[in-house]
Design a protein around this ligand. Structure first.
Ligand code: GLC
Length: 414
């Protein structure tokens, strides 16, 4: 079986990736999982685990399967999959009283589990595994459709910036009532205060907490949409055509509503519900819909000319910044504050998952030159600075946590 993975094992980075992943592997109560960074992030995170599984699928797919199964062990009764599992609590990192005794947080993260599961299955053909996780994935997506949508709007909302995975992105400034330039500690305080709001609302996302913070974030919706499509395909593989059709219809409705409510002047912008203006900041989120094929080919070409290749916006010595250089909020340097988990910085630095996602989108549309450039830049960053949490788009300097796993996604940029 292992022979089938040999061709991808030639990556120059494989030894580094394998040793970083091995260093970050943990076992607790018989469950296998991987932490994103050994010192800075000593727990299991939702979308990180999906990226880990995708990385493992290239050289040890049985670990990919285990990582996903462990993630699903703490699913709530209502279907929610929490964004962090505190398998072993380190009281110096993320010491929050979430108000539950589940050893988990009460928030979510971009729900890329079904997407990743399908990608793993494409390598393993392990139908038993798919069958085992399928009911949990269905329940998870039922939760999202039930508790993360407003009436008559087939788009998904988040109740805290952290749920986007991009904790302090400027896409959330307006909803947090913060100016484009502000202190990182102030940002953290506002996000943490929302944890308590959710607790006070008995964890009812769209029936209470949403009155305090509700953003229909573009990348979050894109990741969800692709996952619903993947789940539809999984249902089909498992012979449940009715479920498969229903899920596909659900995905189509989301795609339609994203265009209806969020498309403006050539890009998709995040929204704050039906009665608020769209959020006008220039972040990498403009490229996220390429991943799900939501732009027409003409719109995509314009987007690439206007934003991707433009030195005013996203063309920097190293690619690609999370925020456009011309946006007021652009701040590519690491904040001087606390420990890495207190300042994950999404206001300009490069993050590997963004490079990976945009790369997939560029390939989907056949922008091969841009995709190759992005891949080369990603490789240069790893050569220059190793596997770091994020990187400076002008100098390539590594920042934030070290021995951070996400650069392993280079294996899937092929
Ligand atoms: C930071 C990132 C988030 C990630 C977590 C663990 O909080 O912003 O996306 O999941 O670290 O790596």
């Amino acid at each position: 079986m292992i022979d089938r993975y040999n061709e991808t094992m030639e990556s120059e980075f494989l030894p580094l990736i394998k040793s970083t992943m091995a260093n970050n592997q943990r076992k607790s109560g018989g469950h296998f999982y991987t932490v994103p960074s050994d010192r800075a992030y000593p727990y299991q995170w939702l979308w990180d685990s999906c990226w880990h599984a995708l990385i493992y699928s290239y050289y040890q797919p049985e670990l990919a399967e285990k990582e996903i199964e462990t993630l699903l062990t703490k699913q709530w009764e209502n279907g929610m999959v929490p964004h962090v599992i505190y398998w072993e609590r380190d009281h110096d990192v993320y010491p929050v009283d979430w108000g539950v005794d589940t050893n988990t947080t009460t928030l979510i993260q971009p729900p890329v589990i079904a997407y990743t599961a399908l990608r793993i299955f494409e390598k393993t053909s392990n139908t038993d595994w798919l069958q085992r996780i399928f009911p949990k994935l269905v329940k998870w997506h039922e939760y999202l459709a039930r508790e993360r949508q407003l009436p008559n709007r087939n788009i998904y909302g988040i109740i805290n910036p952290d749920e986007s995975g991009e904790d302090n992105s400027p896409r959330f400034d307006i909803a947090l009532d913060l100016p484009p330039i502000h202190d990182v500690e102030e940002n953290q305080k506002k996000r943490f205060a929302l944890f308590d709001v959710h607790k006070q609302n008995a964890f009812k996302a769209n029936q209470g907490t949403h009155e305090h913070f509700w953003v229909e974030d573009v990348p979050f919706n894109i990741f969800t949409l692709e996952s619903v499509r993947s789940l539809s395909r999984i249902a089909e593989i498992l012979g449940d055509q009715t479920k498969s059709d229903q899920l596909l219809q659900q995905a189509d409705q989301t795609a339609e509503d994203l265009r209806r409510y969020c498309f403006s002047d050539g890009v998709f912008l995040s929204a704050m519900g039906p009665s608020q203006p769209l959020i006008e900041v220039d972040t990498w989120a403009h490229f996220a819909p390429l991943f799900a094929g939501l732009y027409s080919p003409e719109e995509a070409s314009e987007l690439i000319d206007k934003y991707f290749n433009s030195p005013r916006h996203f063309s920097t010595p190293f690619s690609i910044p999370t925020v456009s250089q011309s946006d007021e909020a652009y701040a590519p340097t690491e904040p001087d504050f606390g420990q890495p988990w207190q300042h994950p910085h999404w206001r300009g630095p490069i993050w590997m998952v963004v490079n990976w996602c945009v790369y997939q989108g560029l390939k989907r549309y056949g922008f091969n030159e841009e995709a190759a450039k992005l891949k080369t830049s990603t490789e240069e960053l790893i050569r220059k600075s190793g596997m770091r949490e994020y990187y400076h788009p002008e100098t390539g300097q590594g920042m934030g946590a070290d021995r951070f796993t996400w650069a392993g996604l280079i294996l899937d940029m092929n």
